[in-house]
Design a protein around this ligand. Structure first.
Ligand SMILES: Cc1cc2nc3c(=O)[nH]c(=O)nc-3n(C[C@H](O)[C@H](O)[C@H](O)COP(=O)(O)OP(=O)(O)OC[C@H]3O[C@@H](n4cnc5c(N)ncnc54)[C@H](O)[C@@H]3O)c2cc1C
Length: 306
């Protein structure tokens, strides 16, 4: 049945936007996990609102999936509607303010900012994922937390209303943002950047960040980056390494030989359950040996019995 929603004088055909039973593994860097009951990849605010309201009308839960570089998708799939933000990638520059829709890939955003002679984001060069995912999780690298550069965030609330969030001092901390634990969808983020005519220097800095990731083996195997947050004042990777867990494996998932806080997929047969089970063993071992609790950084999405 064709469901047509009138939104901003535009008729939106929901049946063209929403697809049933879509495998999600290709949308995550681990390349594991089951299917979405429904998937939509809206291209603009009107389409995003329309799919949110469609899901609300059917009382379906909504899950946002962006670059898929910090998630572990259940092998049993994801209930309700998954919104992929990949097509929400428009951007514009006004003075020192760089506005990017949430699905724009971070690496592309850095390049665009540099083309406009704007600097600041370069330490995040090579960080996989989208602008929205980075803001949601307050991603950081090379001494910079992305929250340090945010001017405002426009998000859609549960009712599909567009709300502006300002006052960045509130709610951001290590790997935390005020958007966690809410059913909000980040739509557009404005960054305040620094004018810099020396674009070749900025490009070089960005490339150095990217190549140091490549050289340290971060992309040798599929992963979702650090599995655990660092407990206060301690490196989770060091604890895992000291516990003798480097190389330890479950099924097709193993603790990375390069970086003990990465669980890598070493075989195409690996499942999300292998990765989850290995993370549970790691947390248990670190607790047993060092009486330290490790909190997962990667986000479990879908049907997990936890
Ligand atoms: C090799 C590798 C290296 C990494 N290095 C780093 C690093 O140095 N520093 C670091 O901080 N992280 C790192 N990561 C982790 C990851 O890349 C970041 O956390 C990234 O910012 C996640 O963005 P994403 O678009 O992939 O989000 P996803 O993985 O798709 O989503 C992550 C969470 O954000 C939510 N989300 C995403 N977009 C939106 C939105 N528009 N609205 C509402 N919620 C949203 C999702 O629902 C989910 O809960 C690394 C990952 C890999 C694979």
């Amino acid at each position: 049945m064709v469901t047509t929603i009138r939104n901003a004088d535009e008729k939106i055909n929901i049946d063209r936007l929403v697809t049933r039973d879509v495998p999600l593994a290709p949308l995550s860097t681990y390349g594991t996990g089951g299917s979405a009951d429904f998937l939509a990849s809206p291209r603009d605010l009107a389409q995003l609102r329309a799919v949110i309201r469609w899901a609300a009308g059917k009382q379906l839960p909504v899950t946002v999936l962006a670059g898929g570089s910090n998630v572990l998708i259940s092998d049993d799939g994801v209930e309700g509607l998954v919104i992929s933000t990949g097509n929400l990638n428009a951007h514009h520059v006004r003075g020192c303010i760089f506005c990017a829709q949430s699905g724009l890939m971070l690496d592309t955003a850095i390049n665009v900012a540099i083309e406009h002679s704007l600097s600041g984001l370069e330490p995040l060069g090579g960080l996989p994922g989208s602008v929205g995912g980075a803001v949601w999780g307050n991603a950081g690298s090379g001494g910079l937390w992305i929250s340090e550069l945010i001017e405002w965030v426009d998000y859609l609330d549960e009712e599909g209303e567009l709300v502006r969030f300002q006052g960045m001092d509130n709610g951001f901390s290590y790997k935390r943002s005020p958007f966690m634990g809410k059913n909000w969808i980040l739509f557009e983020i404005a960054f305040r950047l620094t004018p810099n005519k020396n674009t070749s220097d900025a490009r070089l800095r960005k490339e150095q960040s990217r190549s140091s990731r490549l050289e340290s083996g971060q992309f040798d195997y599929p992963s979702a980056g650090c599995v655990f947050k660092n407990p206060r004042g301690i490196s989770a990777g060091k604890l895992i390494d000291d516990a003798g867990l480097k190389g330890f494996s479950v099924g097709g998932a193993a603790v990375s030989e390069h970086h003990a806080n990465f669980i890598v997929r070493t075989s195409g047969e690996a499942t999300s359950s292998d990765i989850y089970e290995l993370s549970t063993i790691i947390a248990h071992e670190v607790k047993r040996k060092y009486q330290t609790d490790l909190e997962r950084e990667i986000i479990l999405i879908g049907r997990w019995n936890r």
